[in-house]
Design a protein around this ligand. Structure first.
Ligand SMILES: NC(=O)c1ccc[n+]([C@@H]2O[C@H](COP(=O)([O-])OP(=O)(O)OC[C@H]3O[C@@H](n4cnc5c(N)ncnc54)[C@H](OP(=O)(O)O)[C@@H]3O)[C@@H](O)[C@H]2O)c1
Length: 269
């Protein structure tokens, strides 16, 4: 039997049903993620079956966020309006980095064991596919507040810089991690891990996660949408426990790990 379709947010039953399922999925992730670390990178595990090279894994996992976004964006009647076009630019910058530059620049040791589980890609597709659809359809089909006055609204004016500064710091933190392995080590197939230093690593072990979350919070504010709430919530559900596990992992692996460094939030957690 088909689940009943809802009209509780935009009035479009398909959109509102997907949004409800997406928010429910974020709650499910919040309940399960503290007990099962996503099997990729330092927490890769053979228990979850087939795995791919991380460059391919990341690329495939993030691809639906670009493809579904562009498809639904240009189907919407408002795709040529100013505010949706501003959000299109943000999306292209964001997923130009996360979907293409980041995966393709990963320094994965040549010939090393594949570590990016297919299960992560499958679950990731659900998230990135819904994320692209929910944002794009909202931007060009359902939002009623994106008149040009929105560009002067305090929610847009506060949310946009939060998003932009967070994205810049996220890219910087990812670059510090990338620089921890030399190209020679990669060519020799050595999977070395080092203590990251500098930038926001002075304060926390997972600045990429912290800035990922503040970026999505900024986007949710400047788009004023439940699609933004969804991507913030599902990311927080996933990344908060992973940041705590990553912090423990660093402390166990490196006896000289900086004691004052916190897991995710400077001075607090
Ligand atoms: N929105 C979301 O829900 C979400 C979810 C996950 C990630 N992300 C974002 O994606 C980006 C990457 O996430 P991640 O850190 O979880 O990816 P990751 O795959 O664990 O790390 C990225 C790369 O850095 C290497 N690396 C990590 N720590 C290292 C160290 N101490 N020394 C040397 N190399 C190291 C990894 O090598 P190995 O593969 O060999 O371990 C991998 O090649 C972040 O910006 C994050 O915010 C977002």
């Amino acid at each position: 039997m088909l689940a009943p379709r809802m009209t509780w947010y935009t009035g479009d039953p398909t959109y509102d049903t997907v949004l409800a399922l997406a928010l429910g999925f974020a709650a499910l992730v919040a309940l399960t993620a503290p007990f099962v670390a996503s099997p990729y990178g330092r927490f890769a595990s053979d228990k979850f079956g087939l795995a791919l090279d991380p460059r391919l894994g990341w690329f495939l996992m993030e691809l639906p966020a670009t493809v579904s976004f562009l498809y639904f964006f240009f189907r919407g009647p408002h795709h040529a309006d100013t505010v949706p076009l501003v959000f299109l630019c943000i999306w292209l910058v964001h997923y130009g980095n996360r979907g293409f530059y980041f995966p393709l620049s990963i320094r994965s040791p040549h010939g090393a064991r594949a570590s990016f589980s297919l299960m992560v890609i499958a679950v990731g597709w659900l998230v990135t596919g819904m994320h692209g659809y929910l944002h794009a359809a909202f931007f060009t089909s359902h939002a009623t507040h994106y008149t040009s006055a929105w560009l002067c609204d305090p929610r847009f004016l506060i949310g946009l810089p939060i998003y932009a500064v967070s994205l810049a710091l996220n890219i910087h933190s990812d670059a510090i991690v990338r620089g921890l392995r030399s190209r020679d080590e990669v060519a020799l197939g050595e999977r070395v891990y080092r203590i990251p230093r500098g930038g926001l690593f002075r304060w926390v072990s997972s600045p990429s996660y912290l800035t990922e979350l503040t970026a999505w919070a900024g986007l949710a504010l400047c788009t004023w949408s439940l699609a933004g709430v969804f991507i913030f919530a599902v990311s927080a559900a996933n990344l908060v426990p992973r940041a705590l596990s990553t912090h423990r992992w660093y402390r166990e692996r490196f006896p000289d790990y900086p004691r004052e460094r916190r897991a995710l939030i400077p001075f607090l957690m």
